[in-house]
Design a protein around this ligand. Structure first.
Ligand code: FAD
Length: 491
């Protein structure tokens, strides 16, 4: 959201007659009152991912920072002896069991987080379990920042490579492009280094490979300079978003990061857009404030959560964001903007959950995808809370890539009851959207629910069959397994 508290209060009409304030203030007070839940931890011996839709029995092993390789070798032997699979978990923000399998021994990488920066090469060597928040805290005093990451900082480096993520870095391919090399422990216990010349095929398979080829131990990532950014925001018709983006962002070399939002308010459903762009302020380079912890804002949260199951709340949020959103990024460092935890806006209601989906299309198909979504989404009961727009350049590095060329992406966030029935109701919706994206020359993103059919995966990712064949070459006993593999690659 990124709107300042002062601005949000102003938008609610401070200085306006009290009667005008009553409705929005009352709405937000009720939203805040309802938003008092907390997410219960899964019982001991079970795990959940970010979907919170399944509780799966697993045996989790936190791999120690010292003696990592010996601990992993022992775990691999234990799994083989017991005929159990190994699944690998970073921050578990995937949503379809990509970090678990029934009966699995789960490698928890969170302790593998050592870091060192080669300042001459601008290359960070980092343990795969490090969270981006830890990486940003390490890089900040050194004047550096992460080159490519998601919009939030709660994710692990290894999990981000496992999905080959992308974020607000509109002028970059996915994270694969910032990886210089990986050290990985394979199923047979060998530790190998991979980069674009050494074991190149493995490098491509592991990035976006959803933990199916081995445990990434550490990674060399190319970093960029930290800088102070100023933010600008434009409103547009959603169908004209690509044109606006080309003029305001693509054509302006000062812009360093950008994202868009599309309205989900019933009055303007997928017809209006906001574009926010961050530009570096060269004059202020020498005076960058140090990274400080991001504070959660009760009012920002109430504005966001108050849009749940409320057309009024969605319209109120749109009006506030149209008027003031994005401005809080002005005068902040790149590191500060990137260091936002996913928990700020997460659904804390034990009875409900928020589910993500993402669809990529070439720029020329963006308006058509929106038009298809306007037809498809109202047919289903799921409550669409948010739509974000991302752009990503062509990915020349990963095997199971979603960006064969420059892509515009629509990220959809739904709020659904935390029940098997609500999950089932998402299946036909997802399949229609996947078909729409494929028919427009696009793809869908793989870290979320596994609702697409195997046939849809094969159409969206023509390289999928070769990907799963390569899996069997590198891991013939299928030691590394998860629900993604079991659904799409096991037969
Ligand atoms: C609220 C929210 C916002 C999101 N925003 C974005 C976004 O802006 N852009 C984007 O691209 N994605 C986004 N995602 C998706 C997210 O980036 C991916 O799910 C990513 O994989 C999460 O990182 P993680 O550490 O939680 O990975 P995990 O879920 O822990 O793991 C992801 C995959 O990588 C594998 N893996 C993890 N660690 C290793 C390792 N050390 N070695 C080998 N394999 C490993 C796992 O087995 C798994 O298959 C978002 C998800 C959520 C829930």
């Amino acid at each position: 959201m990124r709107i300042t508290r002062r601005r949000a209060l102003a938008s609610l009409g401070i200085g306006a007659p009290a009667a005008l304030l009553a409705h929005p203030a009352g709405h937000l007070a009720i939203a805040a009152y309802r938003d008092r839940g907390s997410i219960p931890a899964p019982p001991a011996g079970f795990t959940e991912d970010a979907s919170r839709l399944e509780t799966i029995a697993v045996e989790t092993h936190v791999v120690p920072a010292r003696g990592t390789e010996d601990a992993l070798l022992a775990l691999f032997s234990q799994a083989r002896a017991a005929g159990r699979p190994i699944a690998i978990a970073g921050a578990r923000h995937t949503m379809g069991g990509q970090t678990s399998a029934s009966g699995a021994l789960v490698v928890d990488t969170s302790e593998i987080r050592a870091m060192s920066l080669d300042e001459g090469r601008n290359v960070l060597t980092v343990g795969s379990g490090a969270r981006w928040s830890q990486v940003l805290a390490y890089l900040d005093p050194l004047g550096r920042s992460v080159g490519v990451m998601q919009g939030y900082s709660s994710f692990s480096v290894g999990g981000s490579l496992g999905a080959n993520v992308h974020g607000w870095q509109h002028d970059r391919p996915p994270i694969a492009s910032s990886a210089e090399s990986l050290r990985i422990m394979l199923a047979d216990g060998r530790v190998v280094r991979t980069d674009r010349s050494e074991n190149r095929q493995l490098f491509a398979l592991v990035i976006g490979g959803y933990g199916l080829f081995g445990v990434v131990l550490n990674v060399e990532l190319r970093v960029v300079d930290n800088a102070l950014y100023s933010a600008k925001r434009w409103n547009a018709l959603a169908d004209e978003y690509v044109d606006l983006f080309e003029r305001r962002v693509r054509a302006d070399p000062a812009v360093r990061m950008a994202y868009g939002r599309i309205s989900v308010s019933p009055k303007r459903f997928l017809t209006e857009a906001l574009l926010t762009a961050y530009s570096a302020e060269p004059a202020l380079h020498g005076n960058i404030p140090s990274l400080r912890p991001t504070k959660s804002s009760a009012i920002e949260r109430a504005i966001f959560r108050g849009s749940e199951e409320s057309g009024y709340g969605k319209e109120l949020r749109w009006q506030i964001e149209s008027a003031f959103g994005g401005e809080a990024g002005s005068g902040l460092s790149r590191n500060q903007i990137l260091d936002e935890p996913a928990a700020l806006f997460e659904n804390r209601d034990p009875q409900k959950t928020d589910i993500l989906q993402e669809y990529f299309v070439p720029p020329s198909s963006f308006a058509s995808l929106l038009s298809r979504m306007r037809q498809i989404l109202p047919k289903y009961p799921a409550d669409l809370l948010n739509v974000t727009v991302r752009t990503v350049l062509r990915d020349d590095d990963s095997f199971l890539r979603y960006a064969d060329g420059p892509m515009f992406a629509l990220v959809l966030l739904f709020c659904i009851p935390r029940t098997a029935e609500a999950d089932r109701q998402m299946v036909p919706l997802t399949r229609e959207l996947v078909d729409a994206a494929i028919s427009l020359g696009g793809r869908y993103y793989l870290p979320y629910r596994l609702h697409a059919t195997p046939e849809q995966l094969a159409r969206a990712y023509p390289q999928a069959q070769a990907f799963f064949e390569a899996k069997r070459t590198w891991d013939p006993d299928l030691l590394f397994r998860n629900h993604f593999f079991e659904k799409y690659g096991a037969s």
